[in-house]
Ligand binder design. Structure first.
Ligand code: HEC
Length: 168
């Protein structure tokens, strides 16, 4: 065999071998190594959360018992609660309901189904604290998102206390 032929042979063996290796690099041939971190029973962001196990109670205690009506407000509307409520409202509600609560937040015009409620009006202000707490917790079907995952129980009561200050 001449030197060029030998070089050609070695070269093509190298090319074929590295080509075969590349097939695995870009998952052309996928091997599910069980050591991959992604293969585990936890849920990724935006995936459906696990259903709550039957008869379990959240670490904060039961916020309310379904079917038992609106719960009573356990958090006094003191300075601390109102300050926290104002801050949480500006983060979680103002973009829809507006800084003043009149339902005129910056994204309100883009809501297709229904405009955000006027939180300063009698319709909302005549509701009990517990009813407002439930609205924040469960949202309103198809129109307002449930915010129980954004706000802890205590935080929801702080927002309820703050809503009372929006009364004209
Ligand atoms: C994505 C926009 C959006 C966000 C965020 C939002 N809301 Fe709403 N909210 C709405 C809409 C839309 C309605 C009107 C629901 C209806 O009448 O069907 C509404 C209705 C309400 C009502 C009246 C419900 C009733 O039964 O009359 C209250 C009270 C309320 N929201 C409080 C809040 C509070 C407090 C927050 C923040 C913790 C908040 N909302 C966050 C869109 C929003």
């Amino acid at each position: 065999m001449s030197l060029t032929n030998r070089l050609l042979l070695v070269g093509s063996v190298v090319v074929i071998l590295s080509g075969a290796l590349l097939l695995f690099t870009y998952d052309v041939i996928k091997i599910d190594w069980i050591s991959f971190m992604e293969i585990q029973p936890s849920y990724k962001p935006m995936e459906n959360p696990l259903p709550v196990p039957a008869q379990s109670i959240p670490v904060e205690g039961a916020a309310y018992v379904p079917g038992m009506g609106a719960p009573a407000n356990p958090i006094p509307a003191d300075e601390v609660s109102l300050a926290r409520g104002a801050q949480l409202y500006s983060i979680n509600c103002a973009h829809c309901h507006g800084t003043g609560g009149q339902g005129d937040g910056p994204i309100a015009p883009f809501l297709a189904v229904k405009q955000p409620a006027d939180l300063t009006g009698d319709l909302v202000q005549s509701k009990s604290d517990g009813a407002l707490f439930l609205v924040i917790s469960t949202g309103v079907t198809n129109t307002m998102p449930a915010l129980n995952e954004n706000l802890s129980v205590r935080e929801r009561w702080d927002v309820v206390n703050y809503l009372r200050t929006l009364r004209p």
